[in-house]
Ligand binder design. Structure first.
Ligand SMILES: Cc1ncc(COP(=O)(O)O)c(C=O)c1O
Length: 383
């Protein structure tokens, strides 16, 4: 390996959401990574810092060229800059999208368990939250299409927020699965808001299909949310790229964005995103190999030492979903052990809504030694 992912970098007292809220717990919760970017990328960002002037900033041709090269190579679609809007975050874009394509009290559908801001953002915008629960069968999550369609039909759903790949359950929805969803949404006039933020973390042997590569009729009512923030750990630099092929929906989205007073992109965020999309692939490739090692470590640790805790095999993301049903504990007992005995900050499954009880989500994007320490603490608490 040319890059070193084993070094533990002290992130405390850097204003880190992950590390600086509670110092008494080992944090493996929020989805950012404990790895610094490599020198070839940092040096470009430092050069921009050395320029010393950080005035209002806009994206230019080199930014869009970098994004286009990445998207065409990695996912098979091209980027027409006029169809894209840059915003400070994907959750921000979900909020703007909901306001752009629905009216107050309209129904918005999500699937649970899912990344918890999905439900918050629907409710905070005064929309009617409709949940279609995922099915969990023999260790694998699937979608009950009958229930999905029924939820849309009976509630007059106007928008569906798709999580693809799905956080926290780790499913990478196949092209066929997406087509079935797309067809139901088209039939009922539902706008698909597709959150593809985790799409660069796909496990070996699994194929990612972007909603953007489905046929044109499914792009009529599509808002595609992408970002370099998970891929290159840039959450603090606040850049997301949103594709809205339908000009009418795009204009409504832009209007809501303007109403929020957001205008220009973050200067360093733009530099970092462009640089990562241009030079970041070798680092990402090695990072993903390292993460594979972390997943293998958790799998074998659990089967050797904690066989009652089941690892739900993920197809993507660096977040693992651990099933504690076999422990015989109640949800509250499990949470108490994780937090107060193991002294770990994981994300308790019940935060992710229906079907999340007795699960914990663990973020494995950290040096192996941190993960080993975490698993040791978990073992001691549950033995
Ligand atoms: C599915 C999903 N969407 C969005 C986000 C956050 O995106 P942003 O920081 O750009 O709002 C996360 C972060 O964990 C996520 O898992």
């Amino acid at each position: 390996m040319s890059y070193n992912f084993d070094t533990v970098v002290d992130r405390r007292s850097t204003g880190s959401v992950k590390f600086d809220i509670r110092h008494d717990l080992l944090p493996l919760w929020v989805a950012d990574m404990d790895f610094p970017l490599p020198d070839e990328i940092l040096s470009v960002i430092k050069k921009r810092v050395d320029h010393g002037i950080f005035g209002y900033t806009m994206t230019g041709p080199s930014y869009w060229k970098a994004l286009d090269s990445w998207c065409s190579r990695e996912y098979g679609y091209n980027v027409k800059p006029s169809e894209w809007v840059t915003v400070p975050g994907v959750v921000y874009s979900l909020s703007i999208a909901i306001r752009a394509v629905t009216e107050p009290s309209d129904a918005v559908l999500i699937e649970q368990p899912v990344y918890y801001p999905f439900s918050q953002v629907v409710k905070d915008n005064g929309r009617n939250l409709i949940v279609a629960p995922l099915c969990f069968n023999k260790g694998r999550y699937t979608r009950d299409l009958y229930a999905f369609e029924k939820a849309i039909r009976e509630n007059n759903v106007k928008a569906f927020i798709l999580c693809s790949p799905h956080n926290p359950v780790g499913r990478v929805w196949s092209g066929d699965e997406l087509l079935l969803v797309a067809e139901i949404c088209r039939r009922y006039g539902v706008t698909v808001i597709a959150d593809e933020i985790h799409c660069d973390f796909i496990r070996p042997g699994i194929k990612f299909t972007s909603f953007a590569t489905l046929c044109d009729e499914y792009k009529e009512k599509l808002i595609l949310c992408t970002a370099p923030s998970k891929t290159f750990n840039l959450a603090g630099l606040q850049v997301s790229n949103i594709w809205i092929p339908n000009p009418e929906i795009r204009e409504k989205f832009k209007k809501e964005n303007r109403a929020n007073g957001y205008n220009e992109i973050n200067t360093l965020g733009m530099t970092a995103a462009e640089t990562c999309y241009t030079f970041g692939k070798p680092w990402l490739t090695e990072l993903k190999a390292y993460l594979e090692g972390n997943i293998a470590y958790v799998r074998s640790f659990l089967s050797e030492n904690m066989p009652k805790v089941n690892l739900v095999e993920s197809e993507g993301t660096y977040l693992l979903w651990l099933d504690f049903h076999g422990t015989g504990l109640s949800n509250e007992e499990m949470k108490d052990k994780v937090e107060n005995k193991a002294k770990l900050w994981l994300d308790h499954g019940d935060m992710f809504g229906q079907g999340g009880q007795l699960f914990e989500r663990i973020n494995i994007a950290c040096p192996r030694s941190t993960l080993e320490q975490a698993m040791k603490q978990l073992y001691e608490a549950f033995k």
